[in-house]
Design a protein around this ligand. Sequence first.
Ligand code: 13P
Length: 238
Amino acid sequence: MKKLIVGNWKMNQTLPLAKAFFADLKTVELEHEAWIAPQAFHVTACLQMAPEGIWIGAQNVSNEEHGAFTGENSPFSLRELGGKFVIIGHSERRQLFNETNAQLALKVRKSLSLGLAVIYCVGETLAEREQNKTFEVIKTQLNDGLKDLGDYNPDNLIVAYEPVWAIGTGKVATPAQAQEVHSAIREQLGSKTTLLYGGSVKPDNASELLKQKDIDGALVGGASLKPSDFIALCQAPV
Ligand code: 13P
């Protein structure tokens, strides 16, 4: 079964590295669907360099389309360029830039209304997991961040479960831990929503995660930067 592998490049990659990355991707036929979210200044270049079928998106957007919002990036402009999706509510946005569920709900609503696919991220910290608050935290992030969404195409709503303690730490959730949370998210949102797991996904642990019943794909940081790793993820047997 085809899975969805999304590379979140964060504030990494140079243009020459991105060019080499896409040139390598062009040499293989990928088993799974692949999307890449480069930093905002690279979206246009990546749209030109990416092989056909690979969607390019952004890592964050404003909840406004136009206006006096110096320094913000418009989801309307992302769509206008040909960008197809946006990651909203990544834990780095929540923790480093103090984005709240209420603000994220506005971004999700605006992006969906413009026809962008949204990857809405949720996940608990280590302290929350140790206090047995995982399910409560995620339920609130879903309830409050996906509130009053208006009319949208349900295929465009994707949720990524990224336990904060697993991001960039090399400490991946076990397939059973990830499946347990995914199944709870599925129960809350219904069966239509695509669910990605993120947090230290690497070529050597991807298959076991992707084989879980409620894991439809992966949101990948570090291992999405190197073409050989990303290609291996996109070919992972499931
Ligand atoms: P790593 O794959 O580097 O742990 O990052 C995960 C992530 O934050 C993807 O959004």
